[in-house]
Design a binder for this molecule. Structure first.
Ligand code: HEM
Length: 154
């Protein structure tokens, strides 16, 4: 799992634990459809993906990867994928992660920059930290299917 995602999960664990100590909340026990609600349903996820893709487009570390990408199709597939992942009533029908990223020479560093762009988007939309961690924990295991190249940092 990428160190960026692990760091993000740790941050959430510490924040979540301290908030729960104060409030006796049941952090960590939400079910998948609770997370869909916490992402604001389909409208919230659509807004989140728009911000995320905007962040990627403005990120000079990785935006060149997307120079020839059909952004409308990418946004549609990302909304469906995230909506399904967080327990929403959507079905992802796009390519497998291996097929979608084949030959793109994506490095671990690029993966981590993209993860940070997603974290920034979730922060901007005030997604609760437990819901953020839930999505990140589902995206992190996809790394081996996406990262296919070594860069200067490995
Ligand atoms: C967990 C992380 C990631 C997820 C969930 C993800 C998801 C997706 C999905 C669903 C598609 C298919 C879109 C379509 O065919 O319309 C796609 C395509 C693409 N992804 Fe990712 N991606 C991830 C990481 C990355 C990273 C790190 C990069 C590069 C920095 C990247 C670059 C691309 C590009 C360039 C395409 C378009 C390929 C094409 O035009 O055929 N992705 N991604």
């Amino acid at each position: 799992m990428s160190s960026k995602l692990l760091a993000a999960l740790r941050k959430g664990a510490i924040l979540g634990a301290s908030v729960c100590a104060l409030t006796l909340c049941t952090w960590g026990t939400a079910n998948a459809s609770d997370y869909y609600d916490q992402f604001g349903g389909k409208a919230g996820i659509t807004a989140l993906i728009n911000t995320f893709v905007g962040n990627v487009a403005n990120d000079p570390h990785i935006n060149y990867y997307f120079a020839h990408t059909n952004i409308k199709a990418l946004k549609y597939n990302l909304v469906q994928q995230v909506c399904m992942a967080v327990g929403g009533p959507c079905k992802y029908t796009g390519p497998s992660m291996t097929d979608a990223h084949r030959g793109l020479q994506i490095t671990t560093a690029a993966f981590n920059y993209l993860a940070q762009d997603m974290i920034d988007a979730m922060d901007a939309h005030r997604i609760p930290i437990g819901a953020q961690n839930y999505l990140l924990s589902l995206l992190a295991p996809m790394e081996p299917e996406i990262v296919t190249a070594n860069g200067p940092l490995g």
